[in-house]
Design a protein around this ligand. Structure first.
Ligand code: ADP
Ligand code: ASP
Ligand code: MG
Length: 834
C-alpha cells in the first residue's frame, strides 16, 4: 500500500511546552461512569495543552445509521429507537452533571428534535441522501464531546469544546478523505484566538466539505481525527485510548492468544490497519509521519500499561509482527491465452476498474500471464466484472480472452512485518501453516517492500487460517481440537495423561491439545473453549445424547487449525467413520483394532482418504499397546529394508498361560486363575480363540504391504469345537476337558527340551499363521517375563540377529501412553516443536 501524501500544516502554532492530543474511542465513553474515568485520566496528566478527541458513545454511530435506514425504508420502528437513544444521552448527562444538567439536557433535546424532523422527512422522501447520512451519523460525536467538556468544566477545569465541523475541511478522494490543511489550520487558529483554554475537547469523525456540507472521515474515523488534530495542534504525541492494551499480533476476538506489540513502525501500522486491523484507522498514520509524531495506542481500562508505540523506527525482530483479515471481498479473474505477452493488459485492467470507481485491494498475476486476478470489495465485484467485460469486449468477442469471472466470499489474510524484507522462508512458513490446516489459497501477493504477504482465501476458512498462521509464526501455540471417543479404561487413562501433560506441552513445545469433545456410546460432552479441569465431573453431569455427526461438526466448527479424533472404543461403527473424518482433514488416532484388521475395502478407503487429504491415521497401540511395534516396522520399510519374517507373541494372556504351564497345575486351572487376576477378557475364549492375535498379525501384515485380511490368517484356536457355543460359565465348567490334550503336548515338547508358546508368524510371501508351537528352551520367546509381548523382525539387515521389541503389551497405562505418543507424532507432523 502506498503512503498517503504527507501534509505540512501551514499556520500551525509553535509547539507549546508540551502538547498532547488524546483520542478516546466509543468503548472508552460508553456511559457516564466511563466518561468520569476518562476525565480522571485527563486531569491526572500534566500537559500544557491537552486536546481530546472523542468518539460517539459505544454503539451510537451504528444506532444513528440504523435510524436513517429504518425511516428511509418507511418503518415506524425508528421512533422507539430514537427515544431510546435520546434517553441514553439524557441519562448520561444527568448522571454526570446532576442538578446542573438542565442546560445540557435542553441542548441535547434540541439536537434530538432536529434529528426527529430529519427522520420524519426521510420517511416522506423514502430514501437516504448521502448528505443526510453524513449529517446524522456524526451526531454521536457532537453529543459526547459536549458531555465530556461540560463534565470537565463542572470539575472546575478551564476547558473549551470544539465542534470539528467549525474548523476541519476535507475532500473525498480515491485515496479516502483528504484534509484541506491550509483552510483547516487557519480556521483552527482563529478559533484558538477566541478559545485559548489549555484543555480542549473535540468531536471525532465529523468535518465539513469544501462547500460547507456535512462530511465524516469514514467508519472508525475518530482515530484519523485524532491524528489530524495532533498535526494541527503541532502536538508532541498522539495517544489513542481504546479497550485493548495496544496493537496485538492479531484480532483478539479471533485469536484469543494474540500477543501485544510494544512497538511498530508507521509502515507496519499502515499495512496492518489497511488490511483490516480495526484497532486503528488506516489513514491515522499519514499526518504523523512527516513530523515524526509518535502514536501510542493504549488501554483506557488498563492505563498503567505502556501500550504500543508507533514511530518511524523499524526493528527487524519478527519476521512477522502481525496478521490481519479483511473480510467481504471478491476475486475478479480475467483469463485468456490472448493475454500472454501482451503489453499493457494490466494497465487496461486497472484503468477500467478505476473508471468504474472500484478500489483494488490486491492484485496477482502469474508469470505465464495467462490470467490477472484482482481482489475487490464484495459490493463492487459486479461493477468490476461489468467494467472488465466492457473494456475487453473486443478480445472476448474474438476469443483472445476466455472469461471474466467474479467469485464472492473471499477474505484476504495479510502477514505484516518490517523484518520480512530479506528474510527468506517467511512465505514458505505461511503457506505451510495454511496447507497443514487445509486452507486453500486462491491468490497470493507480496509487495516489493516485502513488508506484507497477502493471500486470498475462502471466507469460510478465514478464522481457521488466521489461527493457523498465527501459530505457524510461533505467535501462539499450535492448537489442536481433540475429540475422544470411548472414555472407558484406556480412554479415561488417556484423558488423565493428557491433562497432566498439558502444562508442559504448552510451556515447552508451544502445543495446545485442546480437549473439545468426549463421547461414550451413550452420551457426549462438547465444549468449544476446551474441557479444562476435571473432565469426569463434567462428563458425568452431561445429558447430551451421543450423535457422532454433531460431535464431528462441533470439532470442525471450533475453527482451530487442526482437528484430531482419538477413538478408544472397540466399536466397528466408529471405525466406519474414519475414512469420512480423514477425508475432511481430521486426523485419527486409535487403539481400536476394527479398522486395521477389518474389511480390506474399508482399510483401503481409510488409507486413500488419508493420502488424499494429508490427514494422518495412526494406530500404534493396536499392536503391543505402548510398544513401538508399528513405528519400528515403518522405519524399517521407509529406510529401504526388506521384511523376511515377523514373528512374535502378541497376547499377554496367552504369554502368561504358557509361561506358567509347566505341568504342575492343569491348564484349565491356570485359565481360571488368569481370569481371576483380570488377565483375560471376561470370556476367556476371546483370548484362547487366537482371533485377537490374528487381528494384530493382520495389521502388521498390511503395514508390511500385504493385501491380507483376517480370513487369510491361519488360526489355531485353543478352544475345542465342542466348547465354542454356550455361556461363559458352561465353558469354564467344561474346560477341564482340554487338560489332557494340553498336558500331552507339553510332555512331548519337554521330551525334546522344548517349550510351548502361542506364536504369530508372517513370512516374506505374506503367509500368516497363529498357533501353538514348540520352541527350543533357549529361544527368545521362551524366556519372556510373565505377560510380556515380543515382536521379532527378521529383515535383510537384521537377518542373523533379528530386531526385537519386547515389553508389557497390555494395560490401560501403557496402552494410553501408546495412543498419546501417536497423538504427539501427529502434532509433530503438523509442525509442533516436539
Ligand atoms: P475504539 O472504540 O476504541 O475505536 P475499536 O472497536 O474501533 O475501538 O477498536 C478496538 C478493537 O479492535 C479491539 O477491541 C479489538 O477487538 C479490535 N482489533 C482488531 N484487530 C486488532 C489488533 N490487531 N490489535 C488490537 N485490537 C484489534
Ligand atoms: N463513531 C464513529 C464510528 O463508530 C467513529 C469512531 O468511533 O471512530 O465509526
Ligand atoms: Mg475505532
Amino acid at each position: 500500500m502506498s503512503a498517503q501524501p504527507v501534509p505540512s500544516v501551514p499556520h500551525a502554532p509553535p509547539r507549546a511546552l508540551r502538547t498532547v492530543v488524546h483520542k478516546f474511542g466509543g468503548t472508552s465513553v460508553a456511559d457516564a461512569a466511563r466518561f468520569r474515568h476518562v476525565a480522571s485520566l485527563l486531569l491526572a496528566r500534566d500537559e500544557t495543552v491537552q486536546a481530546t478527541v472523542v468518539s460517539a458513545m459505544k454503539g451510537v454511530t451504528d444506532a444513528l445509521i440504523d435510524l436513517c435506514n429504518l425511516s428511509a425504508a418507511g418503518s415506524e420502528e425508528w421512533r422507539e429507537r430514537w427515544h431510546e437513544l435520546r434517553a441514553r444521552h439524557r441519562g448520561a448527562a444527568v448522571s454526570l452533571l446532576g442538578e446542573d444538567s438542565g442546560p445540557v439536557i435542553e441542548w441535547l433535546d434540541e439536537r434530538f428534535d432536529k434529528l426527529k424532523a430529519i427522520l420524519e422527512a426521510l420517511v416522506v422522501i423514502g430514501g437516504l441522501p448521502h448528505e443526510v447520512l453524513e449529517r446524522v451519523q456524526g451526531l454521536g460525536e457532537i453529543c459526547s464531546a459536549r458531555l465530556l467538556g461540560e463534565y470537565l468544566k463542572a470539575q472546575g477545569e478551564d476547558c473549551a469544546v470544539l465542534d470539528a465541523r467549525d474548523v476541519l475541511v476535507v475532500e473525498r478522494s480515491d485515496l479516502g478523505v483528504v484534509v484541506d490543511w491550509e483552510t483547516s489550520a487557519a480556521k483552527l487558529s482563529a478559533w484558538r484566538e477566541r478559545n485559548p483554554q489549555p484543555r480542549v475537547v473535540i468531536t471525532g469523525f465529523v468535518a465539513r466539505d469544501r462547500n460547507g456540507g456535512f462530511a465524516t472521515l469514514g467508519r472508525n474515523g475518530s482515530d484519523y481525527s485524532g491524528a489530524i488534530f495532533a498535526a494541527l495542534f503541532n502536538a508532541d504525541e498522539l495517544h489513542i485510548w481504546t479497550d485493548v492494551d495496544g496493537v496485538l499480533s492479531a484480532d483478539p476476538r479471533v485469536v484469543p492468544e494474540a500477543v501485544q506489540l510494544s512497538a511498530l513502525s508507521y509502515d507496519e501500522a499502515c499495512e496492518l490497519a489497511y488490511f483490516g486491523a480495526k484497532v486503528v484507522h488506516p489513514q491515522t498514520m499519514a499526518p504523523a509521519i512527516e513530523r515524526g509524531l509518535p502514536i501510542i495506542i493504549r488501554n483506557t481500562f488498563h492505563p498503567e500499561h505502556p501500550g504500543t508505540r508507533i514511530t518511524a523506527e523499524r526493528d527487524q525482530s519478527g519476521p512477522v509482527k502481525g496478521l490481519t483479515l479483511s473480510p467481504d471481498l471478491a476475486i475478479v479473474n480475467l483469463e485468456g491465452t490472448g493475454l500472454i505477452g501482451v503489453p499493457g493488459t494490466a494497465e487496461r485492467v486497472f484503468a477500467a476498474l478505476r473508471n468504474a470507481r472500484v478500489s483494488v485491494v490486491m492484485i496477482s498475476q502469474g508469470s505465464s500471464e495467462h490470467s490477472i486476478c484482482c481482489v475487490v470489495k464484495s459490493g463492487e465485484a459486479a461493477r468490476a466484472r461489468t467494467a472488465l467485460l466492457d473494456a475487453f469486449a473486443h478480445e472476448l468477442h474474438i476469443g483472445q480472452i476466455q472469461r471474466v469471472q467474479a467469485t464472492d466470499g473471499v477474505s484476504v489474510l495479510a502477514a505484516v512485518g518490517d523484518g520480512m524484507a530479506g528474510s527468506p522462508g517467511v512465505a514458505a512458513r505461511l503457506f505451510e501453516s495454511l496447507g497443514r490446516a487445509r486452507v486453500n489459497i486462491l491468490a497470493i501477493a507480496q509487495g516489493s517492500s516485502e513488508r506484507n504477504i497477502s493471500v486470498a482465501i475462502d471466507s469460510r476458512d478465514a478464522t481457521k487460517a488466521l489461527r493457523a498462521a498465527h501459530a505457524g509464526f510461533w505467535l501462539s501455540p499450535q492448537t489442536f481440537a481433540v475429540g475422544v471417543i470411548g472414555p472407558g479404561n484406556v480412554g479415561a487413562t488417556l484423558l488423565d495423561q493428557l491433562r497432566a501433560a498439558q502444562p508442559q506441552l504448552l510451556g515447552k513445545a508451544n502445543l495446545d491439545l485442546r480437549l473439545c469433545a468426549v463421547a461414550s456410546s451413550r452420551k457426549m460432552l462438547l465444549d468449544a473453549r476446551g474441557i479444562a479441569g476435571d473432565w469426569r465431573e463434567r462428563f458425568d453431569a452431561t445429558a447430551d445424547q451421543t450423535d457422532l455427526d454433531r460431535f464431528t461438526a462441533h470439532l470442525l466448527e471450533s475453527h482451530l487449525p487442526h482437528v484430531v479424533i482419538v477413538d478408544c472404543s472397540a466399536s466397528g461403527e466408529v471405525a466406519e467413520r474414519y475414512a469420512g473424518w480423514l477425508a475432511a482433514g481430521i486426523h485419527v488416532v486409535t487403539p481400536n483394532k476394527q479398522a486395521g484388521s477389518g474389511s480390506r475395502a474399508r482399510f483401503d478407503a481409510i488409507a486413500d482418504a488419508a493420502a488424499t487429504s494429508g490427514a494422518r491415521f495412526r494406530y500404534e497401540a493396536t499392536v503391543g499397546a505402548g510398544l513401538p511395534v508399528i513405528s519400528t516396522l515403518r522405519d524399517l520399510l521407509d529406510t529401504g529394508d526388506e521384511i523376511v519374517a515377523i514373528e512374535g507373541i502378541f497376547s499377554g494372556t496367552l504369554a502368561w498361560l504358557f509361561n506358567k504351564f509347566d505341568g504342575s497345575v492343569p491348564f484349565s486351572q491356570l485359565v481360571a486363575e488368569a481370569r481371576s487376576l483380570g488377565y483375560t477378557e471376561p470370556d476367556p475364549r476371546d483370548d484362547l480363540s487366537g482371533v485377537d492375535v490374528a487381528r494384530k498379525l493382520t495389521i502388521l501384515a498390511r503395514e508390511a504391504g500385504h493385501a491380507l485380511s483376517l480370513e487369510d490368517v491361519q488360526v489355531e484356536s485353543l478352544v475345542p469345537e465342542a466348547l465354542r457355543g454356550g455361556s461363559v460359565d458352561e465353558f469354564l465348567a467344561r474346560l477341564t476337558e482340554v487338560d489332557a490334550g494340553f498336558s500331552e503336548r507339553l510332555q512331548r515338547a519337554k521330551a525334546e527340551g522344548k517349550v510351548l508358546r502361542y506364536v504369530a508368524k508372517l513370512d516374506a510371501a505374506g503367509r500368516a499363521s497363529v498357533g501353538l508351537v514348540e520352541l527350543p528352551d533357549n529361544h527368545a520367546f521362551a524366556k519372556l517375563r510373565l505377560t510380556d509381548n515380543i515382536v521379532q523382525f527378521s529383515t535383510r539387515r537384521y537377518r542373523d540377529n533379528p530386531l526385537i521389541v519386547q515389553g508389557p503389551g497390555a494395560g490401560a497405562e501403557v496402552t494410553a501412553a501408546g495412543v498419546f505418543a501417536d497423538l504427539l507424532r501427529v502434532a509433530a507432523g503438523q509442525g509442533a516443536k516436539l
